[in-house]
Design a protein around this ligand. Structure first.
Ligand code: 5AD
Ligand code: SF4
Length: 536
């Protein structure tokens, strides 16, 4: 890939001329990379593989945006792409295993094509042990970076090209605490150059130049946006409003890998929303690990009220947000939602457990009664609201009695959907030190029981909607039947409707006809939507 003309671009002064300010610095590297990847007859291809939550999905859109800008055709198959990025998750052990499986399968592709660039980023890379494992057992990975410096991706890719062409640049850490970096390679190369005349010295140099570019920060209070991003759907966009989490639930690794909470300023958020609207976005999803503790000078309820008015002015129709912590769900927020024009009647309210004893051990700062009261307050203010939740089964020491308390909450709140997880021990979290005498088979049986119980509730809730009319934002042609177009109601229910693909990106009224357990089929009514709320 590194041709002679490309080496010209990689001359030392090209690196030295980079501005220090962000994001200008990254725009500078994007311009350099464009000359490399955009200036060839061949179109380079890229695959971005995302694991985990909505925050990661949004980060991947940023990676894809940068890659497209540079000149890559994104959306390629990872086995034969020129560039592959894995954006990792580490919330549960199986997420980690998933990455190693995918990397293992990519090894032979990389052996065949030594120019292939493989990059790994995201939450898992904020764990020193995992970086070590990658560097020792998956040495064919070329670029490693973390959650705090995703925006430096253009620079890291540029550094890699320079390294492959023979120059290693020292990292100027600007006072940033590094978890791991490959900055030593610059010094090492200097040292090795003294022996470059010998065959073994030359071999050592070549080996060093094949080592990965690594830059993982321990933490950061910087927020750098205003870099390109590429939406998966042209009419839907995630908007980060805050990053990190200060809650330290005892089982959760997120605060360690995503760092402390930091909120964006309202004006910056508004600017991004205005820009999205001008590009035809119909639905925005405000993103944060814990949006209820947003603190950008105003609180989350106030921010949401202002965004609701902004959507009125700009033509954005729907606002969603995720995720909320039940302890911070205020009456003010419920009031803002209920009186808003655009905030979807959908709330993700993670319960985790219904047992007061377990909730205390989890460090959740609410009890069962308080949770039930908050869920009831949401339903009282908005009877058509859909509430979803997260449940962990098998927290260390959870007894049958504790588990029955969880089932009791499920039976009373009657969540419209529940994401259910078996507890996964995460090294470094307080819960990892707790003993658990419970047999795995007992935990599995409880998990299945919970699933069966909750599935019954979901089906009954959906049955109650049959025959109702509601607005649906149409997203894509159905995976299963090209004659059907798939969309989502305000409540997040998936609906398949026989229609022309021309309605993709529009909100149209639909009568919900048949409940297929986890989705509906229905039919279009009228030309435009006048009933985005579920009606009679
Ligand atoms: N084990 C199982 N589930 C977990 N979650 C977070 N950490 C763990 C863990 N260690 C779940 C919680 C959270 C969701 C995103 O993932 O339910 O709400
Ligand atoms: Fe993890 Fe709790 Fe923070 Fe959610 S609120 S990210 S579960 S620590």
């Amino acid at each position: 890939m590194i041709s002679e003309s490309l080496k010209e671009l990689l001359k030392d002064d090209v690196f030295a001329a980079a501005p220090a300010e962000e994001p200008q610095r990254q725009h500078y590297f994007i311009e350099q990379l464009k000359k490399v990847f955009g200036g060839s007859d061949r179109r380079y291809t890229a695959a971005v593989v995302t694991f985990g939550c909505q925050m990661n999905a949004r980060d991947s859109e940023k990676l894809e945006g940068i890659l497209s800008e540079i000149g890559f055709a994104t959306g390629a198959d990872e086995q034969d792409a020129d560039f592959v990025a894995f954006n990792t998750c580490t919330v549960r052990e199986n997420a980690n295993e998933h990455l190693y499986g995918r990397l293992g399968r990519l090894k032979s592709a990389k052996t065949k094509n030594r120019d292939m660039i493989i990059s790994v980023c995201g939450c898992m890379m904020q764990e020193a042990d995992e970086i070590e494992k990658l560097r020792s057992r998956y040495s064919f990975v070329d670029i490693i970076f973390g959650t705090h410096n995703l925006y430096t991706f253009p620079e890291l890719l540029f550094r890699l090209l320079r390294k492959r062409s023979g120059s290693v640049d020292a990292f100027d850490d600007n006072g940033i605490r590094m978890l791991t970096s490959s900055s030593d390679d610059a010094v090492r190369l200097d040292r090795l150059m003294r022996y470059s005349g010998t065959a073994s010295g030359q071999k050592d140099i070549e080996k060093l130049l094949r080592r990965p570019v690594v830059s993982v920060w321990e933490g950061s209070d910087r927020i750098v946006e205003k870099l390109p991003s590429k939406r998966k759907y042209p009419f839907k966009q995630g908007i980060n409003i805050m990053f990190g989490c200060n809650n330290f639930c005892s089982y959760c690794i997120v605060p360690y890998v995503r760092g402390r909470e930091k909120s964006r300023l309202p004006e910056e958020i508004f600017d991004e929303i205005r820009a999205a609207a001008s590009e035809g976005v119909k639905e925005i999803m405000l993103l944060g690990q814990n949006v209820n503790s947003y603190s950008g000078g105003i609180n989350f309820a106030q921010l949401l009220r202002q965004i609701d008015s902004l959507c009125d002015e700009t033509g954005i129709e729907r606002i969603r947000f995720m995720t909320s912590h039940p302890k911070d769900l205020s009456d003010e927020l419920i009031e803002v939602m209920a009186s808003s024009k655009h905030v979807c009647r959908q709330f993700h309210l993670p319960l985790q457990s219904g047992s007061d004893r377990i909730l205390k051990l989890m460090n959740r700062h609410y009890d069962k009664e308080r949770f039930l009261e908050r869920a009831a307050a949401l339903k009282a203010a908005m009877p058509d609201i859909s509430i979803s939740t997260d449940i962990i089964v098998g927290f260390p020491g959870e007894t049958e009695r504790d588990f029955l308390e969880t089932l009791d909450v499920l039976g009373r709140v009657r969540f419209d959907s529940a994401f259910t997880f078996i507890y996964s021990r995460r090294e470094g979290t307080p819960a990892a030190a707790l003993e658990d005498p419970t047999e795995e088979s007992v935990i599995k049986e409880r998990f299945e029981r919970l699933l069966g119980f909750q599935n019954g509730i979901v089906e009954e809730n959906l049955n109650a909607l049959a025959g109702k009319k509601c607005g649906v934002l149409f997203e894509e042609i159905s995976e299963y039947d090209p004659g059907l177009i798939t969309g989502k109601t305000e409540q997040g229910i998936t609906v398949h409707v026989p229609a022309d693909p021309g309605i993709i990106g529009q909100i149209r009224d639909v009568v919900l006809e048949e409940n297929h357990k986890f989705y509906f089929t229905g039919s279009l009514v009228g030309k435009e939507s006048n009933a985005t709320r579920i009606g009679g």
